[in-house]
Design a protein around this ligand. Structure first.
Ligand SMILES: O=C[C@H](O)[C@H](O)[C@H](O)COP(=O)(O)O
Length: 235
């Protein structure tokens, strides 16, 4: 899916930078979206050059692309990822001591993405400069069981959010995730305490997973005009 963001060149640089930190013999989580796709293509080129790696895809999209570029696949049943590489819709908190906070799920893949990122020893985020923010303020994608949508929307409103069921673009009705559920995008304005909101939303009955990624990112590789900025910066 084409979403607003940086240039293909910025995404390629970020993706190549992240693919370079994959080591021979690694199991690598393969994220979803256009920036993660750049990393998967770069990893495929390393496989062509002899790298031994197995990928764990986070979506139909990443599985198809990994197969296309020749990355052997495995599953969480058989292996845990040494590393996971994935994009983000918004990144806040770069440069501070603890982990950057993310909003993910613009492609409705955040449930499997969080599962794989949390299972990985090292979670590397790939982004372009349009994703960087001082504070998270984008709507938070929330995957919800279809029967639970009215109750979850009411609970999100009580938390101060403005929920909207995500509509499909080339299908009548809502977006249906790879897991067969629906997505509610909930605007909260600027999120002062992402960890507290993550806990509040995550405990609502009927919520499968939400797109706040707090305390998970180990590194962020940002493709810029003339290279890549890697956070945390080496001192
Ligand atoms: O559900 C999709 C994912 O969380 C993506 O990683 C996220 O939306 C960023 O995608 P893109 O790199 O295409 O902006």
């Amino acid at each position: 899916m084409k979403r607003p963001g940086g240039t293909d060149e910025q995404k390629r640089r970020a993706g190549e930078s992240a693919a370079r930190v994959v080591s021979d013999g690694d199991v690598a989580g393969l994220g979803t979206g256009s920036t993660a796709a750049a990393a998967i293509r770069a990893l495929g080129r390393r496989v062509d050059a002899g790298l031994d790696v197995r990928g764990i895809p986070t979506s139909y999209q990443s599985r198809s692309l990994a197969r296309e570029v020749g990355i052997p696949l495995t599953t969480l049943d058989d292996a845990l990822p040494d590393i996971a590489i994935d994009g983000a819709d918004q990144v806040a908190g770069l440069g501070r001591d603890d982990s950057a906070d993310l909003i993910k799920g613009g492609g409705a893949a955040h449930a499997r993405e969080k599962l794989v990122a949390a299972a990985a020893d090292r979670f590397v985020v790939v982004a372009d400069p349009t994703k960087l923010a001082d504070a998270l303020d984008a709507p938070v994608p929330i995957e919800v069981l279809s029967d639970a949508v009215p109750a979850v929307e009411a609970a999100l409103s009580a938390l101060g959010g403005e929920p909207t069921l995500r509509a499909a673009e080339r299908k009548d009705g809502p977006v249906v995730t790879d897991n067969g559920n629906l997505v509610v995008d909930c605007a909260f304005g600027a999120i002062d305490d992402p960890a507290a909101l993550s806990a509040d939303v995550g405990t609502l009955p009927g919520v499968v997973e939400h797109g706040l990624f707090v305390g998970l990112a180990d590194e962020v590789h940002v493709g810029v005009a003339d290279g890549v900025d890697v956070y945390p910066r080496e001192s």
